[in-house]
Design a protein. Structure first.
Lengths: 110, 351
């Protein structure tokens, strides 16, 4: 799973969001490191939808335009949890190898 | 509101870069998301923004990138686009394979000339001067770079491959421009320019088809294709040169026509059986390669206007190529409908 897809799925983890809402949430989640442009966002949404990881939730009118909201599917939630676990495990190994202290390193040692 | 449409219209103009089927599904949503990024909800401020704002270059570039990925066979693209994307990727790989085999040829000849690994002295016809000075060294390095480009492309390191390929075609361009301006290129110099454009620039541009949504390349057969190409194409040519039979060798455009024609004929039984899965994409690939080789042959005919015999030989090569490519034309046409369907999509086609 690419970093962008991971962040988009994470942005939808706590509820449905529309396109611009996802862009903002991803920027916040990544502390400004990932700024999704429109081509990248819809490339990711298209792929995630094709893989059955997200689906449309509803459409709402806003200032005369339709905002389409997306939500995670059950498969999407599972894939995100799996990816999060994988990344956390990798981070624990890295921290342990670097000899970093803290709960993550302690968890890895235990 | 009409001023609001100004910015929206500018955005929609950018979105026209995308294929129609994709716009039908996503345009409204994309336009709304883009405008959400600008508009504040304050009518006065929004009116000013709508009038003055222009889509950012980064946004335009991202839409252009998405358009490229969609036209060249991204996941979820209709069969026609997927087939074309696959055919362009394979055709680009095939041309880069020829470059890589040529680089391998230079590498082997250099090693042979330096008698590395205890090799005996090469025959006089294969003796090459060691590169002396900056330019010959650069040309040798560019030749070797194609080997790396090919391997990187097959292994999926697309960005590295693209950068290396872009660098590898620069020395030839500099050489051509220098020759053109100093008059050292023999007039009309059509052949060298045709080579640079069709055999260097076009495949490098076609590498855009190797994007992140493209299906991975089958590594094993393509990696094996490099030594196979060297043994089956380059070595026989070396033998002809080493035995003093260079007169039998066609020129490079002629060689391209013959090789592509042979490949078309070899593939024809599969194409006509209609049972082999995915044969259509190969037919499309070979048709594309035939078009490039044919164009190369036609353009370089002007180099032989002084020699009716060479014109006849070139026309014969062209005829053989056209006949061989015609064998695959029906299968290539079917390929656009026969390629395996892409994954199911979020929204059905309208209507």
């Amino acid at each position: 799973m690419t970093g962008q897809a991971f962040f988009v799925l994470t942005a939808l983890a706590d509820g449905p969001r529309h396109g611009y809402g996802i862009v903002g949430e991803v920027a916040e989640l990544s502390q400004g490191r990932v700024k999704l442009k429109i081509g990248s966002l819809y490339g990711v949404l298209d792929r995630l939808a094709a893989e059955g990881l997200i689906e449309p939730d509803r459409e709402e009118a806003h200032d005369g335009r339709l905002r389409r909201y997306y939500r995670l599917t059950r498969d999407g939630r599972g894939a995100l949890a799996e990816e999060a676990e994988l990344r956390a495990a990798t981070a624990r190994v890295v921290r342990a190898r670097l000899g970093l202290t803290g709960p993550a390193a302690a968890g890895a040692a235990g | 509101m009409s001023r609001d449409l100004d910015l929206e219209q500018r955005y929609r103009r950018v979105l026209r870069l995308l294929p129609g089927w994709y716009r039908d599904r996503w345009e409204e949503d994309m336009a709304a998301t883009l405008l959400d990024g600008w508009l504040t909800g304050d009518p006065e401020a929004d009116e000013h923004i709508s009038k003055a704002a222009r889509p950012e270059w980064a946004e335009v570039a991202s839409v252009a990138g998405l358009a490229t990925r969609l036209y060249l066979g991204a996941a979820g693209a209709p069969r026609r686009y997927f087939a074309w994307g696959q055919a362009i990727r394979r055709a680009a790989l095939a041309v880069i394979l020829v470059h890589a085999a040529a680089g391998l040829d230079v590498l082997v000849l250099t090693a042979w000339n330096r008698r590395l690994f205890g090799l005996p002295a090469p025959p006089a016809s294969l003796v090459t001067a060691s590169p002396a000075g900056a330019w010959p060294t650069v040309f040798h390095a560019a030749g070797y770079a194609w080997i790396a480009v090919f391997v990187m492309l097959v292994l999926g390191h697309y960005r590295v491959a693209r950068i290396l390929a872009a660098l590898a075609i620069v020395p030839d361009l500099v050489f051509l421009l220098q020759g053109q301006f100093t008059g050292t290129l023999p007039a009309p110099a059509v052949g060298p320019w045709a080579f640079w454009v069709l055999v260097n620039l076009v495949p490098v541009a076609a590498m855009a088809a190797f994007h992140r949504d493209a299906p991975p390349t089958a590594r094993r057969p393509w990696l094996l294709a490099l030594p196979a190409n060297y043994l089956l194409v380059v070595v026989p040519l070396l033998v002809l040169r080493a035995t003093g039979n260079s007169a039998w060798l066609p020129d490079f455009p002629g060689l391209c026509c013959i090789l592509v024609a042979l490949a078309c004929m070899a593939h024809a039984p599969r194409a006509w059986s209609r049972q082999a899965d995915g044969s259509g994409v190969w037919s499309l690939t070979l048709t594309l390669l035939a078009a490039v080789a044919g164009a190369y042959r036609i353009i370089t005919l002007s180099d032989y206007l002084h020699d009716p015999h060479l014109i006849k030989v070139s026309l014969a090569e062209l005829l053989i190529l056209a006949a061989a490519a015609a064998l695959l034309a029906p299968d290539a046409a079917r390929a656009q409908a026969a390629t395996p369907a892409p994954p199911p999509h979020l929204y059905p086609d309208p209507g």
